[in-house]
Design a protein around this ligand. Structure first.
Ligand code: AMP
Length: 309
């Protein structure tokens, strides 16, 4: 169990819920989901994690015992009268895109994130995919964090653009997938899309490309990491959030936010995400160890190494 003050602590705010997932290889109904569960399961392999979220009275709280066992602090988890957030999605053989079949906000509809006492000093903040105004509410409550990262999705790009741009202006880093980057910037080139996003305020943009890996763009340049070559991808749900967990988890313990450490963080994020997709829901993350992640991190080095002439 990892314990400490706010120095290396990571605060996450986002959804917790039930997912129904359909892929060409099977289906999983009413399984644990939501961006926060993936993020926390991944990040807690590296650093202490503090959760702010909401569930309804139908969520058995023992569902989170595996997170508690890793030292995840759930003091910020609200239990509201009503039903828990529910999402249903379907993937075809091209697992890089998915169809959302249902999003039932339920208790999430009236949710306002509140930091419990002791959370304000969290030095690392992950704003998972929720309404950009709620993301901003959290930013307003955290006390001078060292690093703030936000995720988003097409829904907010299409329906809440102004609020989204305002939140982006206040964070250090934006993480989004390639479709979202194109939609947000109105351009097809990811290079141009990243430049546009950097012009909005953040100093790091991370564009996720599913099985094609991801690219990190800073004013200084680019870094590209492949996705780990897996023969079987069972369920890509949560790949993005567990990527963010590995990324921020590594940086929380890193001495500085240099370009070298950001690159290492991208590879740690990719390593954790490659485990997530091996099974449905958070199942692979339940008993994943830091040693397994470190081993895959080393494999990423071998995968991308080449000799100079
Ligand atoms: P990812 O695959 O990393 O984008 O995250 C998948 C998780 O996001 C699923 O477990 C869903 O429950 C959750 N999710 C899907 N849509 C939303 C939404 N509109 N707001 C919050 N969480 C969502």
């Amino acid at each position: 169990m990892v314990e400490s003050g706010g120095q290396d602590a990571i605060l996450v705010v986002g959804s917790l819920g039930f997912d129904d997932i359909e892929t060409p290889f099977g289906r999983a109904n009413h399984v644990l989901g939501g961006s926060t569960v993936y993020f926390s399961a991944a990040a807690s392999l590296f650093a202490p994690v503090r959760v702010v979220s909401v569930v309804g009275t139908d969520m058995p709280l023992e569902s989170f015992d595996f997170l508690r066992a890793r030292g995840v602090d759930l003091a910020g988890l609200q239990v509201a009268e009503g039903k828990t957030f529910h999402w249903a999605g379907r993937y075809d053989y091209d697992m890089n895109s998915r169809e959302t079949l249902a999003t039932d906000l339920n208790v999430y509809a009236d949710f306002h994130p509140r930091l419990p006492a002791g959370y304000e000093d969290s030095q690392h903040v992950f704003l998972a995919n929720i309404h950009p105004s709620l993301q901003r509410e959290i930013l307003g409550q955290a006390r001078r964090p060292r690093l703030t990262v936000m995720d988003t999705m097409n829904l907010w790009i299409e329906q809440e653009r102004d609020a989204l741009l305002e939140t982006m202006h206040g964070v250090d880093m934006v993480s989004l997938n390639e479709e979202e980057a194109r939609e947000l910037s109105g351009t097809s080139s990811l290079v141009a899309a990243a430049r546009y996003i950097l012009s909005l305020g953040p100093r790091v943009v991370l564009i996720k490309k599913g099985e094609n890996g991801c690219v990190m763009i800073t004013p200084e340049g680019y870094f590209m990491a492949p996705a780990y070559p897996l023969e079987e991808v069972y369920d890509p749900t949560g790949a993005g959030d567990s990527f963010a967990g590995g990324f921020l988890g590594y940086l929380a313990g890193a001495p500085d936010l240099s370009d070298e450490n950001l690159r290492r963080a991208v590879v740690y994020g990719s390593a954790v995400a490659s485990f997530t997709v091996e099974r449905f829901s958070v199942d692979r993350l339940r008993d994943l160890t830091r040693a397994e992640v470190d081993e895959r991190y080393a494999e990423f080095r071998r995968l991308t190494y080449f000799e100079a002439l």
